[in-house]
Ligand binder design. Sequence first.
Ligand SMILES: C[S@@+](CC[C@H](N)C(=O)[O-])C[C@H]1O[C@@H](n2cnc3c(N)ncnc32)[C@H](O)[C@@H]1O
Length: 205
Amino acid sequence: MMAVITIPREAVPYMLLQRLEVQELGAKIHYSILGKWVYKLYEKTPGAKHLYRIYSMKIEPMFRFKRIIEKYVGVMYREFQQIAPYLPDNANKIIGIGPGVGGLEAYMSRYYSTKGLSPEITLIDKSRIDDIYYGFHEEAAAYNSLDIARSVLIDNGHLGNKIICIEADDLHRFDVYGADLIRPEHRLAQTRQFETLRVLVNNPG
Ligand SMILES: C[S@@+](CC[C@H](N)C(=O)[O-])C[C@H]1O[C@@H](n2cnc3c(N)ncnc32)[C@H](O)[C@@H]1O
């Protein structure tokens, strides 16, 4: 049976932007045969991003929040199951880059707590909502709240003093020494900011 993590309702508008598959309308259009063309039109139409933002942050969360949470938890659980066989037995320091509201980190926290461990978890993301766009761009769109990500971890039993939140915009240098596990958001892989981190990881000092 699926282990369930707790997600507060305030996280729902962010989850909708972070994981298209938990949406209803956006996902249906995106995954339809016309999705590619509709998306091109969306990128070019003035005001479309603003309207879509109101729809996905206000209207869907109002009517579908329970279903959205269920879907998000399911997505996170499946992703956790995929990485679980590769997790180190011991982890004292975990770094999540672009973790969103932190569902996967909550599963990792739970996994290590069953082994009697309480790793320090660092979350690096941006607490703001950009215009909503998908696909690869030079800069990834940001849509998150690190306060909510922190509360997701705490609601799932992680100790507050073992959570470090870092605004990516303030990040000029970051010491990854001693990290047991770095979990990057793969959609950031082609952005300039990610390149900076990769350089830091490869050439510390
Ligand atoms: C598509 S969402 C995915 C969130 C989460 N990894 C998941 O799988 O549910 C991408 C995340 O990356 C964050 N992000 C965008 N640019 C970033 C940057 N330069 N550094 C760190 N996080 C960033 C966004 O705010 C958002 O939380």
